[in-house]
Design a protein around this ligand. Structure first.
Ligand code: ARG
Length: 255
């Protein structure tokens, strides 16, 4: 009997260790400092947070992480990919940090570690000028476009709204301008910037959701996330982050 209890206790302990240790794959603060760089995965199709300018990734989140990397004493190395691949790449600890206007959700928190949220974003509905769609309720029998893997996609699934998903954000917009879909659901500031490109689109007043953005890390990167939070929190409080938003002509919304 005693032997059985000991064997069982050992077995439980082994499983518990594996659950924590086997999932703990992200780099620690020390690992990153030793490497001298923070490898950041991003989908640069999301102005003003990250977009391409002469093949360089620029935007609000680049500016924020440049300051963070500086304080950590490391270089920022930016790797480009589709949004969906950013999430997968972080979960599997292929990259150190996910920077993509990533919304913190309970579902994602099961697979990723998030920093403290630094911005309060929203999902909005974009339609063609003169569209009969004036709010969320009008989407019931319509088809919308979204970017693959985003909260716009999961939101449509939750609300049972028919949608077409596109890997690139620009293609989700084009689906609307070319009349393949009736509306486009996308994050608020990106909507403002991309509607300004002037294709006869308007943003509806009624928002789909409100959601906070943060930077994402793999499980196991707790010491790194903690140190980044120590850097990020004062930047939120002292107006540094608000200043970066202003530089891009945007109003800051603190979470
Ligand atoms: N905030 C939304 C999400 O987390 C959309 C982010 C899209 N980001 C991008 N860089 N394209 O799902």
């Amino acid at each position: 009997m005693l032997k059985k209890i000991i064997a069982l206790t050992l077995a439980i302990m082994m499983v518990a260790t594996c659950l924590t240790a086997c999932a703990a794959k992200g780099p620690s603060l020390k690992d990153v400092q030793k490497a001298g760089k923070l490898v950041v995965a991003t989908s640069p199709d999301f102005p003003p947070f990250e977009s391409l300018e002469d093949n360089k990734v620029v935007g609000i989140e680049v500016d924020i992480l440049e300051l963070v990397a500086d304080k950590l004493g490391v270089e920022l190395e930016i790797v480009q990919m589709d949004f969906d691949s950013v999430l997968v790449g972080i979960q599997s600890a292929k990259y150190d940090c996910g920077m993509s206007g990533i919304t913190v959700t309970a579902e994602r928190e099961k697979n990723m570690r998030f920093t403290t949220p630094y911005y309060n974003a929203a999902q909005v509905i974009v339609v063609k000028e003169g569209s009969a769609i004036t709010g969320k309720a009008d989407l019931a029998d319509k088809t919308v476009s979204v970017q693959t893997g985003t909260t716009a996609e999961s939101g449509c699934q939750d609300e049972k709204i028919k949608y077409q998903a596109f890997n690139a954000n620009a293609d989700a917009k084009t689906a609307l301008t070319t009349g393949k879909v009736d509306a486009w659901v996308v994050d608020n500031l990106t909507a403002i910037q991309m509607v300004e490109e002037g294709d006869g689109l308007v943003i509806l007043e009624e928002k789909m959701t409100e959601e906070p953005y943060a930077f994402a890390f793999a499980y196991g990167s707790e010491t790194l996330v903690e140190e980044i939070n120590n850097i990020l929190k004062p930047m939120i409080e002292d107006g540094t982050i608000a200043g970066i938003f202003e530089k891009y002509g945007e109003t800051y919304a603190k979470p």
